[in-house]
Design a protein around this ligand. Structure first.
Ligand code: AMP
Ligand code: ZN
Length: 473
């Protein structure tokens, strides 16, 4: 395909490898999706910004992309192994809603967050729609690779070659922490099917040869990736926590099913964590930041995307409000530069200039997605003196890869003060009073409209400001 060869770090071999598609001209990517028992935090969203950027790079390179991000709406227990409660059922019990309602609600919020971050998978299948396939997969591997316990059907990890290679390649300790289930042959064995214990009521359950119950979490990704991408496919992504248990288990199931060494995906890629002062941001701690919380503090979602792109996906990224503010300022500068570029009169379109501007960007992005360096090439293209038409063409192509919507963002979106803004304090106070009323009546559409009206005048509404200011210029 075009430009520099695309080098990607494969966690399975711990090496940079030149991307070679399995199907000529195509790239097929599967990313483990969220468990929808709660809001996603911005750490989870980092995983999808990474996966989406990878997809965009593959498209930029000329591959026809299929990118699946699944929705885990059943099966994930409070421990990544098989102990603990089902996350969905537990949330249903504590929130007094049905597990199905919880799943649909948080799926919707997740999809809205994806859209706000310009993350665009080509499919987002729900695990509960693939249970039949999971049962069929279980039946196919049962005789050679599984054993029954009262609590379900378990996969015997000693039946596949080199179980846990992915985990061992990437950690000193080898396999991750495994919680025990009574009767398992090996600590690392895991459930393909969890039979509902007698006398217990589950909201999400299905009939199976192993009794009424629910699928294990790992089988979901094997089945959905095979159904939508076919095995083997090109690239599987997830956060680094998945290198320990979830992905080795997927690989074991895939090997069992193909009766050979087929690991399902050829390349396994993992993003590092978003951390804050207390460590890894996690849903189970209950104390985390959502994308909406950032928006509520006046940050455009794409400032968060830019924050992610400033770091390499394999490096830890520390979240701070100062860092996010700096990313927003950088985005504002880019928007202003793009605006200037749009207002400049066209000279002759210069194809070689566009290609020259793209060259450095392509090299950076092809080097295992060096987005930090690609961003500087992007800014250089914005400020170059190569002629507006050539620059605009280059900026548009780069923006397609970075997903910042730079040519569509308006100043008002980022709450930049237009030069002709007129300010009248009495008017501001009156508008704030109307906004307060609207908020009290939970009429958030009106309250947002007033906020935007004020922003157009260069006034930033300050909700929850620590100094108690309600607006600033
Ligand atoms: P989960 O819903 O817990 O399965 O997580 C969804 C995705 O987010 C997985 O790919 C996780 O590896 C990833 N993830 C979870 N926490 C973080 C974090 N703090 N930073 C980056 N990725 C994360
Ligand atoms: Zn998965």
């Amino acid at each position: 395909m075009s430009g520099a060869p695309l080098q990607l770090f494969n966690s399975l071999t711990r090496r940079l490898e030149t991307f070679e598609p399995i199907h000529p001209g195509e790239a097929r990517v599967y990313s483990c999706g969220p468990t929808v028992y709660n809001y996603q935090h911005v750490g989870n969203m980092r995983a999808y910004v990474f996966a989406d950027t990878l997809g965009r790079v593959l498209s930029f390179k000329g591959y026809d992309l299929t990118h699946v991000i699944n929705i885990t709406d059943v099966g994930h227990l409070t421990s990544d192994a098989d102990a603990g409660d089902d996350k969905m059922e537990k949330a249903a019990a504590s929130q007094g809603k049905s597990a199905w309602d919880i799943a649909r609600h948080y799926q919707q919020v997740f999809e809205a967050d994806l859209a706000r971050l310009n993350i665009r998978p080509t499919a987002h299948p729900r695990a509960t729609d693939y249970v039949e396939g999971m049962i069929a997969w279980g039946k196919a591997i049962e005789d050679k690779h599984c054993y029954r316990l009262d609590s379900g059907l378990y996969f015997d990890v000693s039946t596949v070659p080199d179980y846990g290679r992915l985990a061992r390649a990437n950690t000193d300790e080898g396999e991750g922490r495994i919680d025990s289930v009574e009767g398992k042959r090996h600590a690392a064995d895991f459930a393909i099917w969890r039979t509902t214990p007698q006398g217990e009521n589950r909201q999400m359950e299905w009939d199976s040869p192993w009794g009424r119950g629910a699928p294990g979490w790992h089988i979901e990704c094997s089945v959905m990736s095979a159904a939508l991408l076919g095995h083997p496919f090109d690239i599987h992504t997830g956060g680094i926590d998945h290198r320990e248990i979830h992905h080795p288990n997927e690989i074991a199931q895939n090997q069992a099913h193909s009766c050979g060494p087929d690991t399902g995906a050829r390349v396994w890629m993992h993003n590092n964590f978003l951390v804050d002062r207390r460590g890894k941001m996690s849903k189970s701690s209950g104390d985390f930041l959502t994308l909406q919380a950032l928006v509520d503090r006046g940050y455009h979602p794409l400032a968060y995307r830019l924050l992610c792109l400033q770091a390499h996906y394999r490096s830890e990224l520390e979240f701070t409000w100062e860092g996010l503010s700096a990313a927003l300022t950088r985005l504002k500068r880019m928007v202003l530069a793009a605006e200037r570029l749009s207002n400049e009169a066209d000279g002759a379109t210069s194809h070689p200039m566009t290609e020259q501007l793209l060259g450095r960007f392509d090299e950076a992005i092809s080097d295992d997605l060096n987005t930090a360096l690609a961003l500087t090439a992007f800014e250089d293209a914005l400020s170059a003196k190569a002629g507006p038409a050539a620059q605009r063409a280059a900026v548009a192509r780069m923006d397609e890869v970075l997903g910042l919507s730079l040519l569509d963002l308006a100043r008002i979106d980022l709450r930049l003060r237009p030069s002709d803004a007129s300010i009248d304090e009495a008017g501001i106070v009156e508008a704030l009073a109307r906004r307060k009323e609207a908020r009290a009546a939970r009429d958030f559409a009106t309250s947002d409209a007033i906020r935007d009206e004020l922003a157009a005048k260069g006034v930033e509404v300050m909700d929850g400001d620590p100094l108690g200011w309600d607006w600033k210029l």
